[in-house]
Write a protein that binds this ligand. Structure first.
Ligand code: IMP
Ligand code: MG
Length: 176
């Protein structure tokens, strides 16, 4: 068990299961886009570890960029998604695969879709390591999903509780 701020967390998903899920997503994306040079757009802060490991599994030509979005306060998602760092690249005609650590309510995805609508990209795909189907409130299709999890708050592997826990190599869930 670990403690972050005022809360206790218990082990939930191992580093090996995470790596397996990321390898699976990378293989699926590569099947679809190996003959193009996709731009992987990681959503900071949470997705930095996923993007790093995803890229190591992806063997074909590709580029990477990052965008920074924030909606979470403590352990709950807010409806107000803010863009903190924007795209620094012209993506006209490119294949874009957004890489998320986790999709919860889907509010961040809605904001991202709006943003990329204006970019005239060739393909817009969404990949996420974790997905909470019970919390998802949107009609958006998620193209690549690593691991479906129950509607519980998790930390580790890039995911934080008020800033802490991102450095854990495995994932923990809030103790009931
Ligand atoms: P959404 O906009 O509600 O889909 O939330 C997306 C973002 O909220 C994710 O990219 C994470 O940064 C954060 N988030 C959602 N669920 C969790 C969680 O269980 N632990 C930590 N961060 C989370
Ligand atoms: Mg995120």
């Amino acid at each position: 068990m670990i403690q972050l701020h005022d809360k206790e967390f218990v082990p939930f998903i191992s580093a090996q299961e995470i790596d397996f899920a990321i390898a699976k997503i990378a293989a699926l994306v590569e099947d679809d886009f190996a003959d193009e040079t996709p731009v992987f757009v990681g959503v900071l802060n949470g997705a930095f570890m996923v993007v790093s490991d995803f890229m190591k599994h992806y063997k074909s030509p590709c580029e990477v960029s990052f965008i920074k979005m924030a909606s979470y306060e403590g352990t709950t998602s807010t409806n107000d998604v803010r863009q903190l760092i924007g795209l620094d690249q012209d993506l006209t005609g490119r294949t874009v695969v957004v890489i998320e650590d986790i999709v919860d309510t889907g509010n961040t995805l809605v904001a991202l879709k709006e943003l990329f609508k204006k970019q005239n990209v060739k393909h817009f795909k969404i990949a996420t390591l974790f997905f909470k189907p019970e919390a998802f409130k949107q009609e958006i299709k998620i193209d690549y999903v690593g691991i479906r999890i129950p509607n519980k708050f998790i930390v580790g592997y890039g995911l934080d509780y008020d800033g802490l826990g991102r450095n854990l190599p495995e994932v923990y869930q809030l103790k009931e």
